[in-house]
Design a protein around this ligand. Structure first.
Ligand code: SF4
Ligand code: SF4
Ligand code: FES
Length: 804
């Protein structure tokens, strides 16, 4: 551990630490443009020059390129260093346009800060500036190449860090160009990070362009809830409108970056049709009226038909507070629920996984693993930032093996064992070394032997597993293999990928009798249910039972929806109560590894001024109320409803609710936001039985059907975002090319899948690296779910038909 002196202060740092990093640990900020903690050093900008006065090297050197060594004495303020850095700034600004007043980066631009801090204010060079042509890079990223200072951060992030090749560097010397070979949308689902890492205004945020300056924005740290990983974000809002999301820094979760679903999915909160006032039978009214009506009707129904005639539904996109309040509401009024799961199968999978929670690891630990098994999971489509974490492990020399029947694509080389869903459990048992495996003795050119060897070599193994394909013995086999690796290596872990942002929170507050929506649907169809309270959920979104549910709703006496989305189900509701989103109220979520995380409100809500009618802005009448700002958090609306029914839930504000939840749920008591919950205990948490899901016998030529997720188009919240929708491809289905050929189909065909209870239409893509006995269809929002009953598990060739 070398000891080094910087500006008269001494520090001991870990071997390999760069001088620029050592200075940072002392709180000394050395100017920099090309250095980035996640990308490392490039030595491209020369702005981090410092004077080395004593030690193994002397003179003026780049602090990002020199490792701290014993005995070094460094000055960041030496006249030589100051003069050199001043000169560098002048050179950089020779070609950079002096256009800060019209540049969207102005106000949060690293180059602007360095220029001002370095005292550069006059341009002495009389020649003309270098100019370039800009490119259209798609709907997310604006390109203005004249502002480039050639720091290479963009190329290093895009190609080296994230593994995509369509954007890079072209040209030579001072004519170097950073862009695409031909204009067109950036292909990487992480492209938005270019905006954050470019230290100037070359890459800026297209959707929020020219809408606000940084200093006009309200900003707050928050969470992404577009998948289960819970990446940290920073929200920027102005005049009640969320305009831009930036990556927050969370070393244990997402590091410095986020994916484009998380960056551009936020626009659901600005949706022009978002509920802003309570509605009773379609008529806008006050909260008092809506609560009196809904509370009165609910009480009447319960008195007349019994408490089980009412049910409460939530979802894993709701905050822990709303989920907890749902549970308290059900207990207080003895009504059915809360139903928090689309499918009972999913609940059982998550419960089963929780039995191995002592093995759970963070995304940071995934990055540090040397052997990673990805099982039943398509990271880019289901939890995009996991793909970046896997790539970082691979860049450090790690081995990644994927066991999945789909045509999984990752931005690095990996080994893919294409296994049919019904055989996944068996494959994992083989890898865990179980005797008498059917795979024993069967090995396609040593492929499996190489897998066994890779597992044997690994010192820090991690298994990432999904729940989407969970079948038969699969979850149990996942846990067994993870335990086997932990026992063999003395370390190693499990990284579960779940379907909702708060899936673990939902399982932890679900009662032992909890079940999925199928049971609710059956109760509705039997006529046992008369009233439904739906809180931050829309069962009509890509649910196979949509048509049946819609039909069943007709027989209900009351449908009460509390939500911030203009959801399909709110259109059928007798009462709608508008809720706050997580950007408008502080709330807690539990991410996939059991980390309790807090989102803070960025503003108080209300209709964005940009959406106010012309005659309403500026206001002609003045009041203290925010237009459209009379929304409540889900938990608050439930507490008010309960009071309207004559029973208090035992809290009246957020601290009060959190206290009640801490008393009610032991696992919440000791943990603070940011920490992992180590013993998340689902109530009545008996050892869960083996995951069922019987496999149908498949006939000759039959294909297993899998409904899967896509980066854009299948996630509920982002499907209400105008920005994300621009990157959606239509609903896609996938077949192996040989299977497609046998069926008389080919890439690009529009195909209809028909079965007894419905049909779905999608565009066909063929993939070489998927299983031949498989049909994969994205559970896309644009599929006509009205026409789809429960999709079959197995389809045959006669059920697939080419339309065009
Ligand atoms: S485009 Fe931005 S990140 Fe890329 S080299 Fe130029 S200044 Fe650096
Ligand atoms: S990986 Fe998931 S949580 Fe992270 S930014 Fe993307 S969608 Fe959001
Ligand atoms: S930050 Fe060191 S050369 Fe750019």
């Amino acid at each position: 551990m070398p000891q080094i002196v910087i500006d008269g202060r001494s520090i001991e740092v870990a071997s390999g630490t760069k001088v620029i990093e050592a200075a940072q640990q002392l709180g000394i900020y050395i100017p920099r443009l090309c250095y980035h903690p996640a990308l490392g050093s490039a030595g491209a900008c020369r702005l981090c020059a410092v004077s080395f006065l004593e030690g193994p090297v002397r003179g003026l050197l780049m602090s990002c390129m020199v490792e701290a060594k014993e005995g070094m004495v460094v000055s960041t303020q030496h006249p030589d260093a100051l003069q050199f850095r001043k000169q560098i700034m002048e050179w950089l600004m020779m070609n950079h346009p002096h256009d800060c007043p019209v540049c969207d980066e102005g106000g949060h631009c690293v180059l602007q800060e360095m220029t001002v801090a370095g005292g550069h204010s006059m341009r002495r060079f009389p020649g003309s500036k270098r100019t370039y042509e800009d490119q259209d890079l798609g709907p997310f990223v604006q390109h203005e190449m004249n502002r480039c200072i050639h720091c290479w951060r963009c190329r290093r992030f895009y190609q080296e860090y994230s593994g995509y090749k369509d954007m890079g560097v072209m040209g030579l010397a001072s004519r170097t160009y950073f862009g695409r070979a031909v204009p067109g949308p950036l292909e990487s689902p992480f492209a938005g990070n270019l905006i954050d890492i470019c230290p100037t205004g070359v890459f800026t945020d297209k959707p929020s362009r020219f809408k606000a300056r940084r200093w006009e924005c309200q900003r707050a740290p928050s969470l992404c809830i577009h998948c289960c990983l819970g990446c940290s974000i920073v929200v920027n809002s102005r005049y009640r409108e969320v305009l831009r999301i930036e990556a927050g820094h969370n070393p244990e979760v997402n590091g410095h970056f986020i994916c484009d679903r998380g960056r551009y999915g936020f626009d659901y909160v600005n949706h022009p049709s978002r509920p802003r006032w309570p509605l009773v039978e379609g008529r806008a009214c006050s909260w008092q009226e809506a609560l009196a009506y809904a509370g009165g009707r609910l009480r009447e129904i319960i008195e007349k038909h019994g408490p089980s005639s009412a049910a409460v539904v939530g979802s894993s996109r709701a905050s822990l507070e709303s989920l907890g309040a749902l549970r308290l509401f059900c207990e207080k009024h003895a009504v059915s629920g809360p139903f928090l799961w689309m499918e009972t199968q999913e609940l059982k999978c998550v419960r089963r996984l929780l039995q191995g929670q002592e093995l759970f690891v963070s995304m940071k630990q995934v990055e540090e693993a040397d052997t990673i098994l990805v099982v039943g999971l398509d990271p880019v489509q289901e939890a995009p930032m996991l793909a970046l974490a896997l790539r970082q492990a691979w860049r450090k020399g790690g081995w990644v093996g994927v066991v999945d029947p789909r045509g999984v694509e990752l931005p690095f080389c990996f080994s893919h064992w294409v296994v049919h869903p019904r055989e996944m459990g068996m494959a994992l048992e083989y890898l865990a070394g179980k005797p008498k495996s059917p795979y024993e003795g069967f090995d396609d050119q040593g492929f499996l032997k190489a897998w066994r060897q890779a597992l044997a070599r690994g010192k820090r193994p991690v298994m990432a597993c999904g729940t989407l394909l969970a079948k038969a013995d699969f979850m149990g086999a996942c846990l067994e293999l993870a335990h086997f690796l932990r026992k063999e290596k003395g370390c190693g872990g499990l990284f579960p990928v779940l379907r909702g942002a708060n899936s673990l929170g939902a399982v932890a507050v679900s009662g032992s009798e909890a079940s999925g929506l199928e049971e609710l649907l059956e109760a509705i169809e039997r006529g046992e249910l008369k009233a439904l309270v739906l809180v931050e959920t829309d069962p009509l979104f890509s649910f196979w039972g949509k048509a049946r549910l819609k039909e069943g709703f007709k027989g209900l006496e009351l449908i009460l929806v509390m939500d911030y989305l203009p959801s399909g189900v709110s259109k059928q509701a007798s009462v709608v109560m508008p809720c706050k989103s997580l950007f408008e109220s502080s709330c807690l979520f539990v991410n996939n590894e059991g980390r309790l995380q807090e989102a803070t409100a960025v503003h108080h809500g209300g209709i964005p001024i940009s959406q106010m009618l012309e005659e309403a802005n500026p206001p002609r009448t003045f009041g203290t109320e925010i237009p459209g700002g009379g929304t409540c958090a889900g938990w608050e609306a439930l507490a008010k409803l309960s009071e309207a029914m004559g029973e208090s839930l035992g809290f009246s504000d957020l601290p009060g609710l959190r206290n009640v939840l801490r008393q009610r749920f032991g696992w919440l008591r000791e943990v603070r936001p940011g920490q992992r919950i180590l013993a998340l205990e689902p109530e009545g948490g008996k050892r869960w039985e083996e995951i069922f899901h019987s496999q149908k016998e498949e006939g000759q030529g039959a294909l297993s059907l899998l409904l899967v997720q896509a980066t854009f188009g299948t996630e509920e919240l982002s499907s209400y975002s105008r920005h994300s929708c621009k990157m959606e491809a239509g609903p896609m289905g996938f077949l192996h090319p040989e299977t497609a050929a046998c069926l008389g189909l080919k890439q690009g065909d529009l195909v209809r899948l028909g079965w007894e209870q419905g049909e779905l239409e999608f565009l066909l893509e063929t993939k070489e690296n998927m299983h031949k006995e498989l049909l994969v269809v994205q559970a896309h929002r644009l599929l006509d779910w009205d026409k789809a009953g429960r999709p079959p598990e197995v389809v045959n060739s006669g059920q697939l038909e080419k339309i065009i």
